[in-house]
Design a protein around this ligand. Structure first.
Ligand SMILES: *Cc1c(COP(=O)(O)O)cnc(C)c1O
Length: 395
């Protein structure tokens, strides 16, 4: 597309939105779209949630930015709340997911350095992973299409096939520092690691003195019906990257770690200008007010069941369009029989927004507070979309 002053990084849909309300986006010409993409799992509480708007507006009238040379009370408070609700003892705030992954990798390398093993700097990752778009995170993700043309791949990453824990064991060597994975792969096509695999990875890390890093940037913050997806497996990491849903639409992210794992990080060693700024912290605290309130996560699980059962019925009805429904919580994938771009376009025709992923999957990742009524409306539109791409000869 010529004529745009923007970098040609995205093949954008010809849609432009003016405002949002709950799970709905309103286009500039007044058309309403039901949003099951939620800004790629970012708008965890939908659009213009009154509690989030109030928190942002209140902070905007007080203080936007303050350097990390000073105390930032909202930052300390959000860190304490994250520590209280998770395995972690320490938190470092960043602005984006990729920065949180970079911070996680650096934390792991420094841990070994501080423990007298500077040769341990390599991280094992899994095929199908997505960890971001910086030079180190494309190396971690290992996907050829994101590495091509950007010079030598950053050193320090070894990749094994998805969920191949025997291959991980064979890959561990004297330079291995950490194992990193998304408990549920997002861009890779909504692929959950079995709980048993997460437990084996924890055991391998303990046995070999490695750090386990979870990338919960997409699957965390309530998305699967637990605060973090790894809770389903009863396994905790040493380090975790969090982003997307934690800001409810405001750019913010975090590295969480145990005290031990973060022990190599000392003053001056790592930092950020914008990370943990007062605006982001006000919104992050407001997101936690909602997500950690009684019953909220149980409601996510209940709604997820409603959506998944409805999708399963549609898959039964149109077996030539849909192969299977996968995923957990409100992180569901429709594995398509037709090209996923075709299915996604058919949904958009029905004014339902979803997000394509790898493995020919279309992601359904709506706001966590989506109403039952909007779920039913969405299912009607998905049924209509499936019918449109399904071959007319099928009964
Ligand atoms: C989105 C995402 C990232 C990268 O986050 P950015 O904010 O785009 O840098 C990393 N890991 C996972 C699992 C993601 O979904």
């Amino acid at each position: 597309m010529s004529g745009s002053a923007l970098f040609d990084t995205y093949a954008r849909a010809p849609l432009s939105f003016d405002r949002g309300e709950g799970s709905w986006l309103v286009s500039e010409n007044g058309e309403r779209y039901l949003d099951f993409g939620a800004g790629i799992a970012v708008n965890s509480l939908g659009y213009t949630h009154p509690h989030l708007v109030a928190a942002l507006v209140e902070q905007a009238g007080k203080l936007w930015h303050l350097s990390n040379l000073y105390q930032i009370p909202g930052q300390a408070r959000l860190a304490e709340r994250l520590v209280a609700a998770t395995f972690a003892d320490k938190v470092f705030f960043t602005n984006s997911g990729a920065e949180a992954i970079e911070g996680s990798i650096k934390t792991a390398r420094r841990y070994h350095y501080a423990n007298g093993q500077p040769e341990r700097f390599r991280t094992i990752t899994f095929e199908g992973a997505f960890h971001g778009r910086t030079l180190a995170t494309i190396a971690a993700g290992g996907q050829a299409k994101y590495l091509e043309g950007f010079g030598p791949k950053a050193d320090g990453f070894d990749q094994v096939p998805f969920d191949d824990i025997d291959a991980v064991e064979k890959m561990i060597g004297p330079q291995t520092a950490a194992i990193m994975l998304e408990p549920v792969q997002g861009e890779g096509g909504i692929r959950p690691f079995p709980a048993q695999s997460l437990r084996r990875l924890r055991e391998l890390c303990d046995k070999h003195g490695l750090l386990l890093i979870f990338d919960e940037i997409q699957c965390g913050v309530g998305r699967t019906g637990k605060f973090f997806a790894h809770e389903w497996a009863g396994v905790t990491p040493d380090i975790m990257a969090v982003a997307k849903g934690i800001g409810g639409g405001f750019p913010m992210a975090a590295v969480l770690a145990t005290e031990n794992a973060a022990s190599g990080i000392v003053p001056g060693i790592h930092g950020t200008t914008f990370g943990g700024n007062p605006l982001a912290m006000a919104v992050g605290n407001a997101v936690l007010d909602v997500i950690l309130a009684d019953d909220f996560l149980d409601e996510v699980t209940r709604k997820a069941l409603l959506l998944k059962q409805g999708l399963a019925a549609i898959a039964d009805e149109f077996p030539d369009a849909i192969e299977e429904i996968r995923g957990t919580g409100l992180m569901l994938g429709v594995k398509c029989k037709v090209p996923n771009a075709t299915f996604n376009a058919a949904l958009r025709e029905q004014k339902l927004l979803a997000v394509p992923a790898g493995d020919n999957v279309v992601r359904l990742i709506p706001a966590l507070n989506i109403t039952d009524e909007d779920i039913r409306e969405g299912l009607e539109r998905i049924r209509a979309g499936a019918r449109a791409v399904s071959s007319p000869v099928s009964a």
